[in-house]
Design a protein around this ligand. Structure first.
Ligand code: FMN
Ligand code: MN
Length: 442
């Protein structure tokens, strides 16, 4: 991540803030403002109460995520599928073992930046830690994110949502009467960050996926307190274990849907030790911000793309822009009724996230929600082109069934009359360089 940050700094994409900021609200307020204005990366050099700098919004744009993978921003689903094709080998192996750096610093958890994000949050949380653990029986490695409430130097309480792989590992270890060893990494290589957000099948090792994304082996070093390896370039590592048969209150916390989630019983992580590279960069993510939603969105979209593309022709691209509950599919219409079949296929391909599905033609920019809405309003008849599916659950945390039911909209031009829907175009409009026309008059 440090190397990637340096590259972004050379490109002028980083705001470096030397003024002291308060980790309670101020840091998250400044990040929020930047995300709503030029959306650059923010590096806070002086954060009250810690010697470590804090990095926010590094993964907060589609362009930056595409740059990491060396692809075009509008071609994520297809490229992701190609890069992570099952069985793609990496020359030199997925990982290579290296000795731990000699200058690692041992520290306490309270030495790290302890950031409180929202008004009614119970206290500081870690939001950007990548968890790494191994399946208790098979040893397959899993990467994932779980918000964690800081309780003391020795204890964190972590939101392990139902059905997530780490949750299943933890439950399995419990049945075996064992602790689950686990590490939390801040600032692992960017490819690990992307692999951690991705819904990869249970039996696939996500460190191997990260190596596929990188196209080169990941250098891993042994941990100090647990029997796991971590990428040697990781900025900070919290080593520990989940306690079996123990759940303790966690929350309230303002999370990704934009609401507070109240107090609930969640998993307990016992901290065994913390290490940092000198000058360790602490990564922080504002829950629900573009940095979080985008990483979720991209991998959900790639998943849907793979499944729908396997059964239907003409799938050009898929996105969940601007929020993970929505799926927008761009198609090249092949026959009458094609768009409807795409809607049905998405409904079957994604049971949790695709609350709303919209299918559009190739001339619509699916990353521009205004353009998508334009297509819906000019090409869809509400009485004929909308399909409502009642009575099916989707997002799992839904005690009042607010997310039940689904909506699908066919916003493609009518197949037989699609020639009547050619978009008007002003030649040259997109290429105009305004500064050549608006130069100052002398
Ligand atoms: C920044 C970020 C934060 C997340 N926070 C949580 C969380 O607090 N709890 C949770 O269960 N999932 C959270 N998720 C979702 C999972 O980490 C994500 O879906 C991951 O793919 C799950 O891994 P798995 O498929 O190996 O179970 C978060 C995702 C991102 C990108
Ligand atoms: Mn997984």
């Amino acid at each position: 991540m440090r190397a990637y940050l340096e590259r972004l700094q050379q490109q002028g994409q980083v705001h470096v803030i030397d003024r002291e900021v308060d980790p309670k609200f101020e840091l998250s307020a400044v990040t929020d403002k930047v995300q709503r204005t030029d959306n650059k990366v923010v590096l806070f050099n002086r954060v009250k109460g810690t010697q470590f700098p804090v990095l926010t919004n590094i993964y907060g744009s589609r362009e930056r995520l595409a740059q990491i993978l060396g692809i075009k921003p509008g071609d994520f689903s297809r490229q992701w599928t190609k890069l992570t094709n099952l069985g793609t080998k990496v020359e030199g192996g997925y990982t290579r073992t290296v000795p731990p750096p000699s200058d690692l610093i041992d520290c306490k958890m309270s030495d790290l930046p302890l950031i409180t994000y929202c008004e009614k949050d119970v206290g500081p949380y870690f939001t950007a830690a990548v968890f790494y653990a191994k399946e208790p029986e098979t040893g397959v490695g899993n990467l994932s994110f779980h918000r964690s409430m800081v309780v003391s130097d020795k204890e964190l309480r972590c939101r392990l949502a139902p059905r997530h792989h780490l949750t299943l590992y933890h439950e399995k270890a419990e049945k075996m009467g064992k602790h689950l060893e686990c590490v939390m990494m801040f600032g692992p290589p960017p490819e690990l960050f992307l692999a951690a957000a991705a819904p990869v099948p249970y039996d696939v090792d996500e460190v191997e996926v990260a190596a596929q994304l990188r196209g080169a082996p990941i250098e891993m070093r042994p941990c100090k307190w647990v029997d796991l390896m971590v990428p040697a370039s990781t900025e900070m590592v919290i080593e520990g274990r989940f306690l079996p048969n123990e759940r303790r209150p966690e929350g309230p916390f303002g999370e990704f849907m934009g609401y507070y989630v109240g107090v609930g019983n969640n998993a307990v992580f016992e901290v065994l030790g913390v290490s940092a590279r000198p000058g360790g960069l602490f990564h922080s993510i504002l829950s629900g911000s573009s940095e979080e939603v985008l990483s979720l969105e991209l991998s959900i979209a790639a998943n849907i793309f793979q499944r729908v593309n396997a059964v239907l022709p003409g799938i050009v691209d898929v996105t969940c822009n601007p929020f993970a509950f929505q799926t927008i599919v761009k198609i090249r219409q092949q026959y009458e009724g094609h768009a409807r079949q795409v809607l049905l296929a998405v409904m079957g391909a994604e049971l949790t996230w695709a609350k709303s599905v919209i299918v559009v033609d190739e001339d619509v920019d699916i990353y521009d929600i205004q353009d998508v809405v334009w297509a819906v309003l000019t090409r869809a008849r509400p009485d004929q082109d909308t399909i409502l599916i009642p009575g099916v659950p989707s997002f799992y945390r839904d005690p009042h069934k607010d997310h039940w039911g689904r909506i699908a909209v066919d916003a493609c031009a009518p197949f037989a009359r699609r020639h009547e829907y050619e978009r008007k175009r002003v030649p040259g409009a997109r290429e105009v360089k305004l500064e050549e026309y608006l130069g100052k008059r002398t």
